[in-house]
Design a protein around this ligand. Structure first.
Ligand SMILES: Nc1ncnc2c1ncn2[C@@H]1O[C@H](COP(=O)(O)OP(=O)(O)O)[C@@H](O)[C@H]1O
Ligand SMILES: [Mg+2]
Length: 396
C-alpha cells in the first residue's frame, strides 16, 4: 500500500485526478453543483440584477469566496436569460480607469481591437456605448478592485459611471468585487451613489456552509468521511473555505492511494502534514520568525497556538483573557491571569517577532488580531504536527 506518491492502478489514478478537480484550494469554484451556501448573498445580488438602475458591490476578506460567488451567479443568470451578455474582468495594478473599460469592451464586444482610443473613455462615453452595443441586458463584473491603483480620479470616475448608468435606468448591471477598504473608499467619497448600490458583505462561512462544501465534494467523488474528521476540518478552517478544500484534497487523495472510499483520522493526519509542508512561503516565514528563540524551552509556540485557538469575534479579534483557556489546555496547567503571557502577545505585534498580530484599542481593553487571516489555521496544523496538541483535545 502506497502512502505517498502516485496511485498504483489506472482506476485509482482516475479518482485521484477527479478529487483534484473537485477540491480546489487555490482556484475559485465555477461549478454550481460544488458551490455551498451563500443563499442570502446570492439572493441579494440577483435582486440587484433584476432591478433597473441598481448595481452591486460585493466585499469581504481575501479568500472568503467572492470570485466563486460571481462565477456561480453568472452561471445561474446565463441559464435563465438567453440574451444576457456578461463579462468578468480582473483588475491588475497597471489598470487605469480608461484601460479597465477598454478591457471590458474588448470582452463584451468579443473583439481584438477597439474603434476608439483610451483617452476618449469617460462615464458618459461608457454609458452611450453600452446602450448602443447592448440590446438585451448585461452584467459587468469587475473583480479584484483592490488590486488596482485607486487614485481619486479612478473612484470619482467609477462613481460617476454608476450614477449615469443608474440615472438613465439602463438594463446594465455593474458588480464591483473587492476587499472591504476598496469599497469604503468608493462609497465614502461619493454618497450620491449609495442609493444605486446594493452593498453585499461576504462574511466568513458558517460551520454549516463549510460542512456543505465537504458533503457536496465527497458525494461527487462517491466517498465518505468520518464525522470527527468533518468536525475537525470545519473547526480548523475558521470560516475560510480554502482550508476546507486543502484538507479535503489531501485527505481524499491519501484515502484513494490506499484504495479506500472512507476518509478517516489517519488520512487527515497525513493531510495536515502535507498542508504544512506545502504552505505559502510567507506564512511559514512569519511563523518561524514569531516563535524563534535561542533557548531550548520557550512558550512562544504555545502562546501563539493558543492565540490561533482563542475564540474570536466576527472581525477576527480576541482579548488576552481569551487566550487563557486554550493555553491552559495546551500546557496542562491552569492560568488564572494573563500576566504570564501578556509580554508574548505584545511581542507578536513587533517586527522582530514577525508582526503576526496587531493590537487595537486602549490599555486594559486591548484586542488582538492576526494580520493575515490565513495564519491561525496554519498555526493549529503546525501545533498538531509538532505534537503540541492532539486531535483528542479538540473533541467538544
Ligand atoms: N460557496 C463555496 N462553495 C465551495 N467552495 C467555495 C465557495 N466559496 C469559495 N470556495 C473556495 O474557497 C476558496 C477561495 O474562494 P475565492 O472565490 O477565490 O475567494 P475570494 O475571491 O474571496 O478571494 C477557493 O478554493 C474556492 O474554491
Ligand atoms: Mg477572488
Amino acid at each position: 500500500m502506497a502512502s505517498s506518491g502516485i496511485p498504483e492502478t489506472p482506476d485509482m489514478m482516475v479518482r485521484f485526478m477527479r478529487s483534484g478537480e473537485i477540491f480546489t484550494p487555490s482556484a475559485p469554484i465555477d461549478n454550481q453543483a460544488l458551490f455551498a451556501g451563500r443563499v442570502n448573498q446570492l439572493n441579494r445580488i440577483i435582486g440587484a440584477v433584476t432591478q433597473r438602475g441598481q448595481h452591486a458591490i460585493l466585499f469581504g476578506e481575501r479568500g472568503v469566496g467572492k470570485t466563486s460567488l460571481a462565477n456561480v451567479l453568472l452561471k445561474i443568470l446565463r441559464g435563465s436569460q438567453e440574451k444576457l451578455k456578461s463579462v468578468i474582468v480582473n483588475c491588475d495594478s497597471e489598470d487605469r480607469f480608461d484601460l479597465l473599460w477598454c478591457k471590458i469592451f474588448l470582452e463584451l464586444e468579443n473583439t481584438q481591437t477597439l474603434d476608439f482610443e483610451p483617452h476618449q473613455v469617460n462615464p458618459e462615453f461608457i454609458r452611450l456605448r453600452l446602450q448602443r452595443q447592448i440590446t438585451g441586458s448585461a452584467i459587468i463584473i469587475v473583480d479584484e478592485m483592490d488590486r488596482l491603483n485607486r487614485d481619486s480620479y479612478f473612484t470619482a470616475s467609477m462613481a460617476d459611471t454608476i450614477k449615469t448608468l443608474s440615472d438613465h435606468s439602463t438594463n446594465i448591471t455593474l458588480i464591483l468585487v473587492g476587499i472591504a477598504n476598496a469599497v469604503e473608499e468608493l462609497i465614502a467619497q461619493h454618497l450620491s451613489i449609495e442609493r444605486a448600490l446594493i452593498q453585499i458583505q461576504m462574511p466568513r462561512m458558517s460551520h454549516e456552509e463549510l460542512a456543505e462544501i465537504l458533503r457536496k465534494g465527497l458525494s461527487n467523488l462517491s466517498m465518505t468521511m468520518d464525522q470527527e474528521v468533518i468536525d475537525f476540518i470545519v473547526f480548523l478552517s475558521q470560516g475560510l473555505p480554502n482550508y476546507v478544500h486543502l484538507l479535503a484534497l489531501h485527505a481524499s487523495q491519501s484515502a484513494i492511494r490506499e484504495n479506500q472510499s472512507n476518509i478517516n483520522v489517519n488520512h487527515l493526519n497525513k493531510a495536515i502534514r502535507q498542508a504544512c509542508e506545502n504552505a505559502q512561503h510567507s506564512i511559514m516565514t512569519a511563523y518561524s520568525t514569531s516563535i524563534s528563540s535561542s533557548r531550548q524551552e520557550t512558550i512562544y509556540p504555545k502562546v501563539l497556538l493558543a492565540c490561533a485557538l482563542a475564540p474570536k469575534d466576527e472581525t477576527g479579534c480576541f482579548r488576552a483573557v481569551d487566550v487563557r483557556e486554550p493555553l491552559s489546555r495546551i500546557l496542562g496547567k491552569e492560568y488564572t491571569t494573563t500576566s504570564a503571557f501578556n509580554r508574548h502577545l505584545n511581542q507578536f505585534c513587533e517586527e522582530s517577532r514577525g508582526k503576526v498580530l496587531e493590537k487595537k484599542g486602549i490599555e486594559r481593553h486591548y484586542r488582538f488580531r492576526f494580520i493575515n487571516a490565513m495564519m491561525p489555521p496554519y498555526i493549529i496544523m503546525e501545533g498538531l504536527r509538532k505534537g503540541m496538541i492532539n486531535l483528542e483535545q479538540f473533541k467538544l
